[in-house]
Design a protein around this ligand. Structure first.
Ligand code: ATP
Ligand code: MG
Length: 365
């Protein structure tokens, strides 16, 4: 219950600073369905700085302030992550562009949100602590369970909402509302997602893969033709959800893409560390040879998941090392080429143990 005490204290500070504050978005939605989350979006009518300073001073919190508009992420030692934003109205100068914003009140701030289920606000002010501000039928959307946009231009303004829609729909098992489904199909038909930068599309795809129900979300995106904007003819399967990390999921997906595995991975614009596992499994498959170094446990897990019938000897590291070949009288460049041949033979199941490997090399002499 610590979060309540903290929100109450922030509410008191808001009153002192003569601003108003609400907990909104995912926190309000999840609380309504009986879940508490540690990520809380707090929107403030007025300046956010006094509330951010308060959290830093009172809780020794770490604050990262983002450029414009008094937006900050405040991390508290207890694990709460507070995102402060100033209430704003948004104007999209053209479809899929980043919006122009101006300070505004709660109503405009809720109006700019993606879906009605994410537009509930809970006051944190003294005297009305946790009072619901339901200006857009959020309670109905959450209790009946459906995903509905707030206005008909929503997907045109910001096509990342198409990806968010399938993600929330899969996560909660809530279908798209009738009007929203129509607008969704229209936005796909008009190729609205292709106006987004590659990075923004990839970010949404990554968020889908971070869900427990990625398969369901991908299937839904596929059903509506949205997946083509991520990677044409993407192959995927329900096995991805037996994996818990994003890193493992993309490694499995990279194998599933066959010849296009490496293209798929590069298309995700990930930092090098994030793709090591993908390239480990892809390299193993392309080489069709025993790996010189033992495969990591994660790589073995992914390969077995992809191909349960893989023979165990195909996963074993090379039985001999360069020093073994040297001891057998191989020199310089001969060593590498002899071990390469051994690696292929071992992968094909012709060499089962070290003794057989030694005699294989001797025969190459
Ligand atoms: P999660 O449980 O995945 O964190 P969330 O609803 O909190 O779900 P966030 O991505 O954390 O989603 O965003 C917080 C809130 O900001 C959302 O609830 C929504 O109101 C708003 N929001 C985020 N992205 C958009 C967007 N592209 N368009 C409109 N509103 C958005
Ligand atoms: Mg959130």
């Amino acid at each position: 219950m610590e979060y309540k005490l903290i929100l109450k204290a922030i509410g008191l500070e808001a009153e002192r600073a003569k601003v108003k504050a609400w907990a909104v978005g995912g926190f309000a939605r999840d609380r309504f369905i009986g879940k508490t989350t540690k990520d809380i979006d707090i929107c403030v009518e007025g300046d956010t700085h006094s509330l951010i300073d308060f959290c830093v001073k009172k809780y020794g919190a770490e604050a990262k302030c983002f450029k414009a508009f008094g937006t900050a992420r405040v991390n508290l030692a207890c694990g709460l992550k507070l995102d402060f934003v100033r209430c704003r109205a948004e104007l999209y100068p053209k479809p899929a562009a980043l919006p122009k914003v101006r300070p505004s009140g709660l109503k405009d701030d809720l109006m700019r949100r993606d879906f009605t289920c994410n537009a509930l606000a809970l006051s944190i002010m003294p005297g009305e602590f946790l009072k619901e501000y339901d200006l857009f039928n959020s309670r109905e959307a959450i209790s009946k369970g459906y995903i509905e946009v707030l206005h008909d231009k929503s997907f045109v303004d910001d096509p990342t909402r198409l990806f968010r829609a399938v993600r929330f729909s899969a996560r909660f098992g809530w279908p798209l509302g009738k009007n929203t489904e129509r607008l969704f199909r229209e936005a796909v038909r008009e190729k609205r997602a292709s106006l987004l930068s590659r990075q923004r599309i990839v970010n949404e795809f990554v968020k889908i893969l971070r869900e427990k129900c990625s398969y369901k979300a991908l299937k839904l995106a596929d059903k509506y033709g949205l997946l083509d904007f991520v990677f044409g003819n993407l192959k995927y399967g329900s096995k991805i959800d037996t994996l818990s990390t994003f890193e493992e999921k993309i490694a499995l997906l990279s194998l599933m893409q066959g010849e296009r595995g490496a293209d798929f991975v590069s298309s995700l614009l990930l930092p090098k560390e994030g793709t090591a596992l993908c390239f480990e499994v892809l390299k193993w498959r392309e080489a069709k040879a025993a790996p010189a170094k033992a495969l990591s446990a994660k790589a073995v897990k992914i390969i077995k998941l992809y191909k349960p019938a893989v023979e165990p000897f195909k996963l074993r590291p090379l039985l001999l090392k360069a020093e073994d070949a040297l001891a057998l009288g191989f020199k310089g460049g001969e060593i590498g080429s002899a071990l390469k041949k051994l690696a292929k033979a071992q992968y094909r199941g012709k060499i089962k143990n070290k003794r057989a490997a030694v005699s294989f090399l001797k025969n190459l002499k």
